[in-house]
Ligand binder design. Sequence first.
Ligand SMILES: Cc1ncc(C[n+]2csc(CCOP(=O)(O)OP(=O)(O)O)c2C)c(N)n1
Length: 558
Amino acid sequence: MSGTSTRTAAQILVDALRIHGVEIVFGLCGDTSLPLYDAFRSSSLRHILTRDERHAAYMADGYARVSGKVGVCEGPSGGGATYILPGLVEANESSVAVLAINTDVSVSSRGRFTLTELDQKNLFKPVTKWNAVLDRSADIPRVLRNAFEAMTTGRPGAAHVALPFDVQNGPVERSEVWGDPTYGRFPSRRVAPDSEYVELAAKLLRKAKNPLLICGGGVVLSGAEQELQELAEKLNAPVATTVSGKGSIDERCAHSVGVVGSNGGTPETRAVVDAADAIIFVGCRAGSVTTERWRHPKDGAARIIHIDVDPAVPGRNYKVDVPLVGDARLCLSALNEAVTAREGDLTLVDQKKREKFAAFDELANSNEAPVRPERVVAELQKVLDADAIVVADPGTPCPYFSAYYTVRGAGRRFFSNRAHGALGYSLAAAVGAHFGRPSVKTVAVMGDGSFGMCVGELETLARLKLPITLVVISNATYGWIKAGQKSGYGKRYFSVDFSETDHARVAEAFGVKAWRVTDPNSLKETLAKAISLGGPALVDIVCQPLHESRAPVSEWVA
Ligand SMILES: Cc1ncc(C[n+]2csc(CCOP(=O)(O)OP(=O)(O)O)c2C)c(N)n1
């Protein structure tokens, strides 16, 4: 059917989102977004009004990580664009498909000192996989197709589209309005590895005595958990993960080592890395945290097979013996065909796991106040079902939950913002995760520094009556930095302490049911109450600060 559509260009944009399977959009209104909001209003899309664009982007990110669908957020021009940016940066670097749409001043008002005018093209270019500023309404369907394709193929990532006010009202050719719904999920196009390299990898593994798999975020993103388990069993090899790789394997199983690296790794998990003579990195960039600044594994200590969808990753940090470029699921599946089953030996893994958890249990059972972080992890573990999703902020939550929270079952059940580690991520990401998987309990664990950076979204939680539990590790300090000043700067503490806040009272003022816990013996019962509540809840726990604790952070342990 040819001819100009009778729908507004803004409505066509909404249609293009719907064609790609989008059901929910997180965002915040503005003057330049009025036509878009009118289109939202008459559509079947669910719109979640947020109190800050940064959190809209984090919600889209959490939604995408849990659902495997593209997360969509939106905001207005100027401040709406600068505020949405941090969320896009995290999603892009974490290989999560998030689309942000910022409306913009009219094309006809460009260059005239128009309020909120900003060079959105150049602002978002370095922090997204793909971005565009629309100049004509007619381009909307094509630009949206390009954005979805870019976000979901190859290494997934974020895209940004700037949508000027007048472009939202112009004409669009009806025949142009089409799209491929399979681009609404990621990865949308899986690429298989070269069989020659698969054979080389299998050959290398035949000679290995102590092979080890180290899995990054790519395994869960690709949905390769089953293929990973099969390979681990065939090789009878241990499987370690990065923080982002948590969920690659059921951590209760004999092959699972737990998290390795400087944040969440322990001397026991490091010992397993050091014992390997062949390492298969899977969907893992072998960056500074995973490898403790490239010291574990040490250069040359093990033969390396490196699986990644991005050809630029293998060989970046280690001399790689066999690069396997392709989708993690397809690469592991090809390896499963090519390798021969071997005996293997998991004794070291078993021994090291026992040692690690024996040391942990001692502190986790402590009745000391302020409450030890170990106790928080242990009690939360007891009251959460296996299918719950835990989102952890930087500070105390990330290393402690990475190291000691046992993921029961494979798949996305835990995540943290490991690309940039900005404080204040977990609350909004938990909101997105809830919408991505509403049937399970979602919990956000944050420090009080993070609380200060996301507190405004308590209103969103209360307004929407979301059954999300927030846990605040309250220690009145930027504890992670204070611990760094202790270990590296002779305890010369400077400008890291802030005053104590009763976060429970703050939450109650927003209409969120809340508790403040100072006695470790009341913790389990309080957490259970908060989790079984049908609505939003917050538990403020007065905790031992990081610089006094025995945190699983190798720099401080050393
Ligand atoms: C947006 C942002 N600013 C600064 C930092 C640097 N930083 C890393 S951890 C940390 C302290 C975290 O404090 P808090 O949230 O109270 O948790 P704690 O370490 O005390 O458990 C800071 C300031 C950061 N990660 N993100």
